[in-house]
Design a protein around this ligand. Sequence first.
Ligand code: HEM
Ligand SMILES: *[C@@H]1O[C@H](CO)[C@@H](O)[C@H](O)[C@H]1NC(C)=O
Ligand SMILES: CC(=O)N[C@H]1CO[C@H](CO)[C@@H](O)[C@@H]1O
Length: 328
Amino acid sequence: MVAVAWRRSLLYWLMMVVVVLTGKGKGQLVQNFYASTCPMVEAVVKQAVTTKFSQTFTTIPATLRLFFHDCFVEGCDASVMIASPNGDAEKDAQDNLSLAGDGFDTVIKAKQAVESVCPGVVSCADVLTIATRDVVGLVGGPLYNVELGRRDGLISQASRVAGNLPEPFFNLNQLNTMFARHNLTELDMIALSGAHTLGFSHCNRFANRLYSFSPAAAVDPSLDPTYAQQLMDACPQNVDPSIAINMDPETPTTFDNVYYRNLLAGKGLFTSDQVLFTDSSSQPTVNDFANKPQDFNAAFITAMRKLGQTGVKTGNQGEIRTDCTTFN
Ligand code: HEM
Ligand SMILES: *[C@@H]1O[C@H](CO)[C@@H](O)[C@H](O)[C@H]1NC(C)=O
Ligand SMILES: CC(=O)N[C@H]1CO[C@H](CO)[C@@H](O)[C@@H]1O
């Protein structure tokens, strides 16, 4: 008995040393963070997301992109959700011009549902993280567990968006640099780009590839000619700026690896998509994801969980917002 107790306590102290040395328990996210304070949170969010999805498909791509933009600017802290009376919050920046309102609405509705069962406990940042996992799963994407414990940020400024998000004309180096700054590898970046298997883009984000590709105002030669013609039909010059088209021309409402198959066929919509195949450094990964959906799914899960760790606030940092669109 004595020996067992002694061994137990030794084990306990050894574990404490490991905990202290690795910094676990402090500033880290964990699965089931709300196990005792809000055990229903994931079920409640899922219900709200499913209801919203039954009203509009846009719920899916809008929420997924919102999560990405939130995490890349100021960290995954729901700073993107803040509405400013002066129009100078993060969501008001040029780069957010096209964040669809349904993503915001999804988080607002899910948070309201969570507040009604456990008020003041779950952050908007965690609600967005759970909702994002759920939208991917709802349209055929992989299911995965999420780490929780994020706190909501206290800063949301349009002026801090510029330079923190990738642009559709980026080349591989620019993409890698941007993602590395957020602790994401080239493999993560290629897997996360697979999110473009869903959703819409406005014509002006790729019109340069159709009408003014340098040097001689030609069509980008990396575009499949038939696809280029379809894009020109959908997006004539001086088209209504509100026109948006599917980013995945083949299976736009399914989360699958067809995005990568499209790249092999010259049907990547943005320069930043197609370059993943045309650059010899990233091409082998694109080929792998195009041929092995299970490899894509595994890499996507890993990358999404890493993305969800970006610049998070934990412990006493930030706050638990009551209303996701305003600071407490
Ligand atoms: C690799 C660099 C990336 C670039 C350059 C990029 C750029 C863009 C652009 C220009 C649009 C079209 C916006 C519009 O005109 O409405 C878009 C849409 C979208 N992006 Fe990305 N993106 C990137 C990575 C990501 C990542 C990592 C995710 C999520 C994990 C993501 C998710 C989405 C989704 C879901 C949409 C569709 C939004 C909707 O239909 O409402 N993107 N992206
Ligand atoms: C990247 O990782 C380092 C080391 O773990 C960490 O200090 C830094 O905050 C991370 N950067 C972001 C943007 O999360
Ligand atoms: C959804 C959303 O809030 N979009 C805003 C993005 O930024 C522009 C200004 O650059 C606003 O007009 C949009 O309302």
